[in-house]
Design a protein. Structure first.
Length: 350
């Protein structure tokens, strides 16, 4: 017969286990503080879902990133976490700009992009060298740079946001889709602008259909293109479908075969995305990507249309921080001067 365990011994054992559990929790809470992450369990607002927004800060155009961030932060109550991507040489400048302006209240992380990942993948093109800047290709590597989020927003730096970014984040992605974009044929109000500046909005404008590799894709040249300057991405699907590796494959093929160039669609970062995502993406509300504001220094949208727009994009050569450009007042509303004085707006009287 086994000896009976006394009630006191049982109670003592339970007490020891309780103390151990409390000590375990305390010890394992320490890494949160070490990682500079805080969780306030008494404040439910701190527990709401973070909206990660990725924006690049390139040398010579950091004022663009600042204006974009300023517009987003000022027009939402959502819990936005900005991922600011830069090269090693530019990171100190953008960090100082944010920390010494009214943007010091934002939640942000600065992430260094290593341009060595692009070695052997970019074909040199003298016609528009600015399009070959390393940060133009950050969107190809989103899951490698932003690792803890499933859903991510990527924005080009030459945008301002007039709506609540929560609405864009709520964009529904169909099952199996790794990203949502705006179709270049989706908004009748922009068609006149497209015609007036002679801009392409089909695959013919981006890919060289004289090349057999392009014809072998079986994509009609009249297929409507999309603009990857605004992306809502599902990182789980992106990784599952090896999107980054597919994009890199087409970059290498372009180096070898010259399948597309910046003289066609005005962007060597767009063409691989058109190939990889053909027929496999969801749509963003057209008012969340009103573009072509930088394609001509003369063509303008109506003021009423621009006031209704949720996001404005100065894609093209004529940027709102330079001269000449159009609708600069809407962009300048959100610009914050550089505390260091390095970045200056170019204006006719400057």
């Amino acid at each position: 017969i086994l000896p009976l365990v006394s009630v006191n011994q049982i109670l003592l054992l339970l007490l020891v286990l309780t103390v151990c559990a409390i000590l375990y929790r305390k010890v394992h809470q320490v890494p949160l503080a070490l990682r500079n992450e805080t969780v306030d369990l008494e404040n439910p607002e701190e527990m709401e879902e973070e909206i990660p927004v990725v924006i690049c800060a390139a040398a010579g155009r950091m004022g663009a990133a600042v204006a974009a961030i300023s517009s987003i932060y000022s027009n939402t109550e959502a819990n936005v976490l900005f991922y600011i991507i830069g090269l090693k040489t530019t990171i100190p400048h953008i960090r100082k700009w944010i920390e010494n302006s009214k943007l010091k209240e934002i939640k942000f992380k600065v992430v260094e992009f290593n341009p060595m990942v692009l070695k052997g993948k970019i074909r040199q093109d003298a016609s528009r060298p600015e399009l070959l800047q390393p940060l133009n290709f950050v969107r190809f590597y989103l899951p490698l740079l932003i690792q803890k989020h499933e859903k991510v927003i990527y924005l080009d730096d030459d945008v301002i946001v007039q709506g609540d970014i929560q609405e864009l984040y709520n964009t529904k992605l169909a099952p199996g889709h790794a990203a949502a974009f705006s179709d270049d044929c989706d908004l009748p109000s922009t068609h006149e602008m497209v015609r007036s500046v002679g801009m392409q909005n089909t695959y013919m404008g981006f890919l060289d259909y004289r090349k057999q590799a392009i014809r072998d894709l079986g994509i009609s040249p009249s297929t409507c293109s999309f603009n990857p300057g605004v992306i809502v991405g599902n990182m789980t699907e992106w990784k599952h479908q090896w999107i980054t590796q597919q994009l890199e494959k087409w970059m290498r093929r372009n180096v070898e075969e010259n399948l597309y160039s910046s003289t066609l669609g005005g962007g060597v970062a767009t063409s691989p995305m058109l190939i990889v995502f053909h027929g496999k993406y969801s749509s963003i509300n057209p008012m969340w990507h009103i573009r072509h504001l930088g394609w001509s220094p003369d063509a303008r949208y109506s003021e009423q249309f621009l006031q209704e727009a949720k996001l404005l994009h100065w894609n093209g050569r004529y940027k709102p921080w330079d001269y000449p450009s159009v609708h600069t007042d809407l962009w300048e509303n959100w610009f914050i001067p550089d505390p260091s004085g390095k970045f200056k707006l170019t204006r006719p009287d400057s």
